[in-house]
Design a protein. Structure first.
Length: 332
């Protein structure tokens, strides 16, 4: 099994910045990696060599929580192309989903896989650890603390005095004082649990990234080999529209649901080359096509279900987007 040499970059840069470059050189040498390889997405080394090098770094620095402290210090740029792509996402949630869609390629190490879920009104990020827990422990601690550091860098430290995580859970016992984990992570930390996870408020994850740039994001995603499909926000807006039909939501109502002002939501969608009306019309047209194939439903019933005030409004909207009337589509 291999890790990408990019995984060494945060470790080496941390040691270098803290006047321990000589230790960094020994660590790289032990793994057979050269410093000039650290920015590469195509150079690999044995996974065991990577974790042995991490262990050597902890021994030479005398820091048993080195992974946690590197994560605390971490800047997104130390994650290579993925980090630069994160800096250009629109929101923290978008950056999270970008990491998920990358299948951890951008981190250079597949020892940990991320998944997101919603539990009791909180976002839960689960870290699925596929290798020996004790061996990859520094990477788990690094990854967990790294997300907190990413958040503050991406939001320009505007929320540094607000708690980010609600709780962090680790599948191992504390190495050193539990208070140090709590200081770094800023929340209660549970040890010897069945899984590794982080929980936090959806409102926090909806925060905008101050360096967001759609064009730059597309460039970095192309370099990472990640196809940029419809944004997570667009998907969630269409899901909300679908759930509330036949009620027709206003832009202001949708914006409030996602903790945005109407002007912010309008700008976000415009930056992605779309609008709320366009998303609504696209969704309703696609739903109409599916429903028109069911000939037990009358066109008037379909019109009502999709939230149109009268059938004639449905006819006009459908013809404008599909080039034919609902009846013509049904009979083709």
């Amino acid at each position: 099994m291999y890790v990408n040499t990019l995984a060494f970059k945060p470790l080496y840069n941390y040691l270098k910045q803290h006047d321990m470059e000589h230790i960094g050189d020994k660590v790289l040498q032990s793994a057979g990696v050269a410093a000039e390889q650290l920015g590469s997405h195509i150079e690999n080394c044995q996974k065991d060599s990577f974790y042995q090098a991490y262990q050597l770094a902890m021994e030479l620095t005398g820091d048993d929580l080195l992974g946690l402290h590197i994560g605390e210090w971490l800047h997104p740029s130390n994650m290579g192309l993925l980090g630069y792509a994160m800096c250009n996402c629109a929101t923290i949630k978008d950056a999270l989903y970008l990491v998920l869609s990358s299948n951890n390629h951008g981190y250079g190490n597949d020892s940990v896989h991320f998944s997101l879920s919603f539990i009791d009104g909180l976002i839960k990020m689960t870290l699925d650890c596929k290798d020996d827990i004790q061996q990859i422990r520094p990477w788990i601690e690094f990854t967990t603390a790294g997300w907190k550091s990413h958040y503050h860098h991406l939001t320009n430290f505007n929320f540094r005095n607000q708690p980010l995580f609600s709780e962090v859970s680790f599948p191992f016992s504390a190495r050193g004082k539990e208070a140090e984990y709590q200081r770094v992570l800023g929340c209660p930390v549970r040890f010897n649990q069945k899984e590794t996870y982080i929980t936090g408020s959806p409102a926090i994850f909806a925060q905008e990234i101050y360096t967001a740039d759609s064009n730059s994001l597309s460039l970095f995603m192309e370099q990472l080999g990640i196809k940029r499909d419809k944004s997570q926000l667009e998907d969630e807006i269409q899901t909300l529209i679908k759930k509330t039909l036949p009620q027709t939501l206003t832009l202001e109502q949708v914006a409030k649901t996602f903790n945005f002002s109407a002007s912010t939501l309008k700008r976000r969608l415009s930056d992605s080359g779309t609008s709320y009306n366009k998303l609504s019309l696209e969704l309703k047209t696609e739903m109409a096509k599916q429903m028109l194939r069911n000939k037990t439903l009358s066109i008037n019933e379909i019109s009502y279900y999709l939230g149109y005030s009268k059938p004639s409004a449905f006819f006009r909207a459908f013809k404008n987007t599909s080039g034919m009337t609902p009846a013509q589509f049904r009979n083709k």
